[in-house]
Design a binder for this molecule. Structure first.
Ligand code: AMP
Ligand code: ZN
Length: 136
């Protein structure tokens, strides 16, 4: 898609600091890093998000994200990694080409989970599980 930012990065029309490439996926640095070493992994083929990508591209992206995460431990001294992908505007997505954030973590880095854990109502959890099972 010529109007997609990340497709333009795949094509080499827009510069990116690439760190790894496979047949199906590319990893490059995020230019607004959440923590030092924040990278993105994307499929070469356009897919809007993880809801519509092929199984092959989902697997290829997660495999490369795992490799990049291990490199963050070995190469940057990270002691943890947050993998994140979001879908659609209400999911928080701002670039509509599937990407997995690989965010190196260390204790006390200030990066926090986007929710406060509050125990759910067991009946509501059961109900939501039943509705998800029915839709799968
Ligand atoms: P999201 O908000 O999950 O859709 O993430 C989009 C990510 O793309 C953000 O973390 C941006 O910082 C990043 N981003 C946007 N433009 C570029 C670019 N040209 N090169 C690298 N990363 C980018
Ligand atoms: Zn694209």
């Amino acid at each position: 898609m010529s109007d997609c930012l990340f497709c333009r990065i795949v094509a080499g029309d827009i510069p990116a600091t690439r760190i790894a490439e496979t047949e199906r996926a590319i990893a490059f640095m995020d230019i607004f890093p959440a923590t030092p070493g924040h990278a993105l992994v994307i499929p070469r083929a356009h897919a809007d998000d993880a809801l519509c990508a092929t199984d092959e591209d989902l697997a290829a992206c997660m495999q490369l994200a795992s490799r990049v995460g291990r490199a963050a431990l070995d190469g940057l001294g990270a002691t943890g990694v947050t993998f994140q992908t979001v879908a659609r505007p209400d999911g928080g997505q701002t670039v509509f080409h599937l990407h997995i954030h690989v965010i190196p973590r260390v204790a006390g880095d200030g990066f926090s989970a986007p929710w406060e854990p509050v125990a759910g109502d067991p009946a509501a959890i059961e109900d939501h599980a039943a509705r998800l099972r029915g839709a799968l």
